[in-house]
Design a protein around this ligand. Structure first.
Ligand code: FES
Length: 87
C-alpha cells in the first residue's frame, strides 16, 4: 500500500452519449463503491464533457488512464484493479 497523499482522480464522462449509454447509472455505482470501501476523501470523483471518444463509451478516466465500454459488470473490477494499493 502506498502512502499517497493526493486523492485518486476519477473523471467520468457526462457527455450526452456516455451519459445515456450508462454513465448515469455508473456514477451512482462509483459513489456506492467509494462509500463501501471507505474511500471518501481519498478519491476525487468528477465529471467532464465529451472528449470525442463516444464510440468507445461509456468512458471513465482514472488518473489519466481511460477505461471504455463501462457497465455494471466490469466497473467494480476496474475500480478494484485501479484503486487497489493506491489509497
Ligand atoms: S459523450 Fe463521452 S466521449 Fe463523447
Amino acid at each position: 500500500m502506498s502512502d499517497r497523499k493526493e486523492p485518486i482522480e476519477l473523471a467520468i464522462c457526462m457527455g450526452s452519449s456516455c451519459f445515456s449509454r450508462g454513465n448515469k447509472r455508473n456514477i451512482a455505482l462509483i459513489r456506492d463503491y467509494i462509500e463501501r470501501h471507505g474511500l471518501c476523501g481519498k478519491v476525487l470523483l468528477k465529471g467532464h464533457l465529451c472528449e470525442g471518444l463516444c464510440k468507445d463509451g461509456p468512458n471513465l478516466t482514472a488518473d489519466g488512464d481511460i477505461f471504455s465500454l463501462l457497465n455494471s459488470d466490469n466497473l467494480e473490477f476496474i475500480l478494484d484493479e485501479h484503486l487497489k494499493g493506491k489509497q
